[in-house]
Unconditional design. Structure first.
Length: 110
């Protein structure tokens, strides 16, 4: 009976120690994850700033004209397409001649 009591006591001590070690291990893991979160948030913020700088309309327009040889459209080159109104009937369609301006540039390889 005495050995059984000693055995149960050792088991309880072992469970207590194991639980404490596990709590410490989880605490270290939480701290590591907090550091990782901070690093990832910093990277996210840097990428947002970089995205804003790269997608600025002035920068895009400059690259389009300088690197790609694009220019603003001339009068008549822009075609506005509107969505159908709710009271649209197919019998209301009137054929219209459509002219599209094409710009023939030599193809480039990037």
């Amino acid at each position: 009976m005495k050995t059984l009591t000693v055995f149960l006591g050792l088991c309880l001590v072992f469970v207590f120690v194991w639980e404490r070690v596990d709590v410490v291990r989880i605490g270290y893991q939480i701290e590591r994850l907090k550091r990782d979160k901070t690093v990832l948030e910093r990277q996210r913020d840097e990428l947002r700033v970089k995205f804003s700088a790269l997608s600025a309309s002035d920068r895009v327009a400059k690259l389009a004209t300088e690197k790609l040889g694009m220019s603003l459209p001339q009068q008549g080159q822009v075609i506005m397409v509107r969505s159908r109104p709710s009271d649209f009937h197919p019998s209301d369609i009137v054929p219209v001649e459509l002219k599209i301006a094409k710009n023939y540039l030599p193809s480039r390889r990037f």
